[in-house]
Every structure is written in C-alpha cells, then in structure tokens.
Design a binder for this molecule. Structure first.
Ligand code: GLU
Length: 553
C-alpha cells in the first residue's frame, strides 16, 4: 500500500527528496581507518561522570585514528531542556581535555558541513525521510490515544502476551489511505509509526565492538518515528543523524543495547549502511556486598561538578577513566611515568564486557601518584586556580606567600619516592595549615594531636630546653638530627632503641619522643614531613615563635 496523497497531506512543506540529503552530506573523505564518532547528550543540565566516560572513549578513538569527533545535541524531548546546558557541556568537555572537531559550538552556533547538529533544528530532514517511508507504505499514522495504548498494554500483560504495538495488536497498521485522510480532516491527533517488517522468530546475528558476538530476535514492534509534537523519537533521529553525519562508530551506553534490534531494522528500512556499534558498560559502584549504578541522587561522585569542587586535577580523573577503559593503562603509566596520557592507545576489544567499576579509593591512589609526579610549580599553579574558586582563605595565603607555598609543594619531590600527600586539592589545607600563622593560631587545644606516650608536660619540658639550645643553622638534615640527639640525650632520652628496650626505667623516653615534642610544637600534628625541612621553610623567626606559643598552651 502506498500513501502518496496522505504523505503530501501530512508533510506539505517537505519538498526535498531523500536523495537530496544523502548527496548533501556525502561520505567523508578521510584516511583509511579513520573513525567518525560523536558525543550526543540531551541538554538536561546534569553532567554525569558516565557522560565524560563515554565522550572520552569516543574522543580518543577519533583522535587516535585521525578521524572526527563531533557534538550533537539530542533535544527532541524538549521538556527536559535546561538553559545554558550546551555551553556547559562544551566547557566541561574542554576541561576534561576534549574538544570537538565539529558540531555545536554554542547554544545556537555550530561548525562543520554536516549540520545542523541540534536535533530540534533538523525537523525538515526527519520529515523528508518519514514522508518517504509513508509513501512507500513502510510507515503509517496511528490515531490511538494514550488511554487506548495503556489499556492494550494492560490486557497484554494480563494475558501474558509480549506487550507493545505490533502485528495484530497494531490497530492502525492496515489503515486505508481514505480513512487516515478522513481522520486527519476531522482533527484527530496522530503519530507516525514504522510498519515493522520484522519477525521475532528470526534471529539477527550482530557483532558489538565491546560485547562481541550477540544475537537477538528481529524487531516487530511498530515503533514511533515521529511523535505528536512533530519531533522524531530517539530511534528515528539516531538512524537518520548517524547515517547523514556519516558516523562510522556509534559508541554509547549499554542502556541502548536493548534498542539495537530497532536500530538495525531502521537502517535497513531506510536503505542506509549501518555504522559499527559499541555498547559501553554502565559505571557501577561497590555498595556493601553488591554493585549498583552510580546514582545521581545518592552519590556525589556521579556529578562531574563534584571532581572540580573537591579538587581532583582533571588529568587524574581522565587517567582514572582510562584505567577503567583499558586496565593495561596502569602498566603503561608505570612504564611511562612522565608521558602524556594521549600517547596511550585505547582499544575497545580490551574493555571489560560486563562492568565498569568506579572506585573512589582507587581514584585517590591514581590522583596521589599524578600529583606526586607533578612539578611543584605546576602544583602551585593548579592548586591556586582551584583555591581561587573554592577556598578563598587558602587562595589569599598561598598567593601572598608564593615562595613559601612553592617550597611546601616541593617537599620531598625530588627523591626516588616522592611524598603522596594529597589526592585532591581540598586535602591540602589540613596538610599544610601549620606553615601559616593565620591558620595555626586558630587551632583549638582539642585539635592538637599528642604523640603516643608523650605527655604535654614532658613535651613542654623538652621544648623549654630545646628552644634555647638548638642550632637552627645546622646546615643539613643529618647535622640537625645530631644536634637534636645531643640535646635529647642530655635531657635523659635514649638514642638507641635496643638499649632503651633493655633498660626502659633509666630513660625518660627515646629520641623519637624529643622529635615528637618538636613536631607537635611546630605543627600540632604527629604525621608531617621531616622537621628539618619544615623549620627551613618556616624560617628561624617563625620556628622560635612556635616554641614560645607551645609553652603557653
Ligand atoms: N542522547 C542519548 C543519551 O543521552 C545519546 C545516546 C547515543 O549516544 O546515541 O543517552
């Protein structure tokens, strides 16, 4: 059955042929093996870390193969749209080291020859293809009301029949042209459905680039192509856009895997060559004994904004995601400690088929390693930029004391085992606060950590003598320690562990207790970098003032 007249009635404004668009958007002239991939978010305003994960896979594969990575905005569900979401997506991706070769460049603007890249601006294209399917009898208008559809579904479920609008249950599947025209003239509301040629008895064999070989029954649902608001469904827009934009690889979340039978069929019905597909495992998190999806509601780390706020350097988040994409990244990083992550090639077939486990503890490890490997001046720059936005007090302190801040960030950096103090920038303050009088003086007595086995009184007695006798200019860590040992020994502390163990009653304690007293006086903490370094960074005046302050506690 063909619906020439009906097609003209439904789409009177469509004048172009489908060939017009197929020629307008020709196959791309790229080198052999180049991949065309895309990031295709809906502009809902919420950026999920899973989106960055998907975008990263797409971006890396396009870039590695000297292909094209483009941004398409899927805004056919206009109720969900949030203002500014496109700009925000572009900025976020840029922040994560991803720039688009093509596609939307702002709320309304785009670059590239395959646009528009925003689905709401492509109605004319979708309509052209829908009109063509109508004419060929491969689509039809459906006049069912939402109530009728709900009722149908209820009945099907009650009778244990596969629910949906298909075959004998598709009331308008065989509607005549005359009836359809009459109903439209009467002002009845309708949508356009695919007249599915599928038979669920037939199985389709398919190769997914991540999941491997899979098979599924052919689709026989008469899915919606054009909704009541005149815009296409995801399915229809996906087939048309990815064909006309000449996407070679559709790499998307595995929640779309169940729709694949529909998509494979749509490409066939439309006469398009289908792209390759890869379905990315959903990002999961360990929650007690079981795994579950990272949830926007329950997990702060589901939001991309979280990483910025708490201050993970973006490169560490990217590297962590690369770890999830291919677990070989970790070995590669160990072998190439200073290489740029862009040099690591990702491979879809090496990706885990089932789960992508997102683990903050592991992210912290990766992040500590990356920050430890950064130069102090880079740490300073990145930290300051973060603090400017998220911690005014620290921003002021580090920028007013730039030289000291850089020395702090440089502590033990050069050695074979650099310190791994911070995983994220919001941890810096607690680790370095004691260098700054403004923060140190705000400490309350409860915040002071006393070393085990050392009373405040004994510590004060040590400092009372040490402050007068210590040599600030010892010249080296070793000489400084000899000096401390000598003062400690005189005060009755033992410099030799064995000897102390043998005769504990003869000593007040060990030299480590003397060092503990100095540490607590300088920093109020028991776990710090080495004391000689701390004193050198603080300078003599501040060091002496700390001893005086300690005696007043
Ligand atoms: N707009 C779809 C989503 O956000 C895109 C899926 C795809 O990449 O095709 O889930």
């Amino acid at each position: 059955m063909s619906f020439e007249k009906l097609a003209d009635m439904i789409f009177p404004e469509v004048n172009n042929s489908t060939e017009y668009y197929i020629e307008k958007y020709p196959k791309r002239n790229l080198k052999e093996g180049a991949r065309v991939t895309r990031y295709a978010p809906s502009p809902t305003g919420f950026q999920h870390i899973g989106g960055v994960f998907a975008a990263l896979i797409n971006e890396r594969l396009a870039s590695q193969s000297e292909g094209v990575f483009y941004l398409r905005i899927e805004d056919t569900d206009q109720k969900r749209e949030v203002e500014g979401a496109i700009d925000d997506t572009i900025a976020t991706m840029h922040n994560f080291g991803m720039d688009f070769n093509e596609g939307m460049t702002g709320q309304e603007t785009y670059k590239g020859e395959y646009g528009p890249y925003r689905q709401s601006q492509r109605a004319e294209i979708y309509n052209t293809f829908a009109k063509d399917l109508l004419k060929k009898g491969l689509a039809y208008p459906c006049f069912c009301t939402p109530e009728e559809l709900a009722e149908l579904r209820e009945k099907q479920v009650a009778n244990k029949i596969t629910p949906g609008y298909y075959g004998e249950y598709a009331k308008f599947r065989n509607i005549t042209e005359e009836e359809a025209i009459k109903r439209i003239e009467n002002g009845e509301k309708y949508i356009i459905r695919l007249k599915s040629p599928g038979n669920p008895e037939t199985r389709v064999e398919f190769h997914d680039l991540i999941k491997g070989d899979i098979s599924f029954p052919e689709n026989n649902q008469d899915i919606v192509l054009i909704k009541g608001d005149g815009l296409p469904t995801y399915h229809f827009a996906h087939a048309i856009d990815d064909f006309l934009m000449r996407t070679t690889d559709v790499i998307r979340g595995e929640e779309w895997l169940s729709s694949l039978p529909i998509h494979v069929q749509l490409f066939e019905v439309l006469g398009f060559e289908a792209p390759r597909y890869a379905h990315i495992p959903t990002i999961m998190k360990q929650d007690g004994g079981s795994k579950r999806k990272l949830s926007k509601r329950k997990d702060a780390e589901a939001a991309v904004s979280y990483y910025k706020e708490v201050g993970y350097p973006t490169v560490t988040v990217i590297e962590y995601l690369l770890n999830i994409i291919n677990s070989t990244f970790e070995d590669w990083r160990a072998e190439n400690p200073t290489a740029d992550y862009h040099e690591f090639e990702i491979h879809l077939e090496k990706m885990s088929k089932s789960g992508a486990l997102f683990d903050l503890v592991k992210l912290n490890d990766v992040s500590k390693d990356r920050i430890a490997a950064m130069k102090a001046k880079d740490v300073y720059e990145i930290y300051t930029a973060w603090a400017k936005e998220f911690d005014n007090e620290m921003y002021k302190l580090v920028t007013e004391n730039e030289a000291m801040a850089k020395e702090i960030f440089n502590i033990d950096k050069e050695g074979p085992k650099p310190r791994k103090d911070y995983a994220k920038w919001d941890e810096v303050k607690e680790k370095v606060f004691y260098f700054f009088d403004e923060l140190f003086d705000k400490e309350t007595a409860e915040q002071i950590e006393m070393p085990k086995g050392l009373s405040l009184e004994d510590a004060k007695a040590v400092i009372e003598v040490y402050k007068n006798e210590f040599n600030f200019n010892a010249g080296s860590q070793e000489a400084w320690f000899e000096d401390l040992k000598e003062i400690g020994t005189r005060l009755g502390y033992c410099a030799n562990r064995k000897e102390f163990k043998a005769n504990p009653d003869q000593y007040k304690g060990m030299i480590s207790d003397v060092a503990g007293a100095v540490r607590i006086a300088l920093s109020h903490r028991t776990n710090t970098p080495d004391l000689y370094t701390i004193m050198q960074i603080m300078g003599e005046e501040k060091t002496r003032s700390r001893f005086e302050k300690f005696l007043k506690i």
